[in-house]
Design a protein around this ligand. Structure first.
Ligand SMILES: Nc1ncnc2c1ncn2[C@@H]1O[C@H](COP(=O)(O)OP(=O)(O)O)[C@@H](O)[C@H]1O
Ligand SMILES: [Mg+2]
Length: 336
């Protein structure tokens, strides 16, 4: 057993004081995988301080290999952290009681495909310790929630990938959990399949479930989430309410009757420009350029200028964050 593991056992999850009303809270959560008898080490998650507020849909983002699945497994107590700890629903990670209040959809779930949908879910209800006289009702409700009641008698081998994913969500709901943890629920699905999963997630939010899900499909995350966390190479590089993080991407000016003589001075300062009838639409990103363009336009005699702020999209924020972090790591490696 490595020194770090010994230390972990001795400390037995250092975070024991009650959390600040967060559904999930981790401190310095770290996982180092040892391979080849410790000759090869992968630090899959490094010093993660994550805070997930209650009553929200939280998107856990990151490129492939960022450490999302490893984090989820530590939150559920399926993988033992090397260092650090945390609390889920106000109990230490891996607490048996708290598992009963969490519904989990693993990444690429494996199903017993010879079973019919109702048979499979009844088996899951038994495994989830749902009371025997409740099982039938709960299975019926879960099938209804994922809009598969009409296929209750079909074998899972006849189901599409999207339908299987919905069955996966249904099994996570059987014991009426407070928190749903879904690992890549939309990955590998076609647009109609993704739409169906998103609708189910939106309906679950209305039923006041907190949803924590990992994804790298940014448009889906932007549509669904209140808050996000971005993980890169095991480290949390950005997190918070999505509206705060998106911020603005600059200003768009709409100018009527702009003299053509101004074009050469304005062109190098703008990120994009289009002409529509007698109007020019100018997108200007950086603040200093916004001021310069504004001055050129008013000095050039344009009196009719409309402006509005451009909202960044999650794609921009994600790429900027990941690139800046990779660049910083590159510099650290060079200097270190
Ligand atoms: N059981 C394991 N043994 C060794 N390395 C692992 C294991 N599971 C994951 N890893 C490594 O940990 C890193 C993070 O993996 P993972 O948590 O699956 O990332 P993600 O879910 O973000 O794609 C990757 O480099 C992966 O190869
Ligand atoms: Mg994963």
């Amino acid at each position: 057993m490595s020194f770090e593991k010994c230390l972990y056992f001795v400390r037995q999850n250092p975070l024991t004081e009650p959390s600040d009303n967060h559904i999930i809270e981790t401190q310095g959560l770290t996982k180092v995988y040892n391979r080849w008898f410790g000759f090869r080490m992968t630090e899959a998650v490094s010093g993660l301080d994550l805070k997930v507020p209650p009553d929200c849909t939280f998107g856990f983002l990151g490129p492939n290999g960022a450490g999302k699945t490893t984090t989820i497994k530590m939150l559920l107590g399926l993988v033992r952290p090397t260092r650090g700890g945390g609390r889920v629903l106000d109990r230490p990670l891996g607490n048996q009681e708290v598992r009963k209040r969490i519904g989990f959809l693993p990444e690429e779930p494996a199903f017993s495909r010879h079973l019919k949908a109702r048979e499979f879910l009844t088996l899951c209800a038994k495994l989830s310790h749902v009371e025997p006289d409740e099982q039938k009702k709960r299975v019926g409700e879960a099938l209804e929630t994922v809009k598969l009641s009409h296929r209750a008698g079909s074998r899972l081998s006849e189901f599409s990938r999207g339908m299987l994913q919905r069955i996966g969500i249904a099994q996570a709901l059987l014991h009426d959990p407070t928190l749903l943890i879904l690992d890549e629920p939309m990955t590998g699905l076609d647009p109609p399949g993704r739409r169906e999963i998103k609708e189910i997630m939106q309906n679950l939010r209305q039923r006041e479930k907190t949803i924590f899900f990992s994804s790298h499909i940014l448009s889906d995350v932007e549509e669904l989430c209140d808050s996000i966390g971005i993980l890169n190479q095991g480290r949390l590089v950005l997190s918070g309410p999505i509206l705060d993080l998106l911020g603005t991407a600059g200003v768009e000016y709409t100018v009527t009757n702009m003299p053509a003589t101004l074009l050469p001075t304005i062109e190098p300062l703008v990120a994009g420009m289009q002409k529509r009838n007698d109007q020019w639409i100018l997108q200007v990103a950086e603040k200093p350029n916004q001021e310069k363009v504004r001055r050129i336009l008013s000095d050039g005699g344009c009196s009719d200028i409309e402006s509005h702020r451009l909202q960044k999209n999650l794609d921009d924020v994600f790429m900027e964050t990941i690139e800046a972090d990779n660049e910083r790591r590159g510099k650290e490696t060079q200097h270190g």
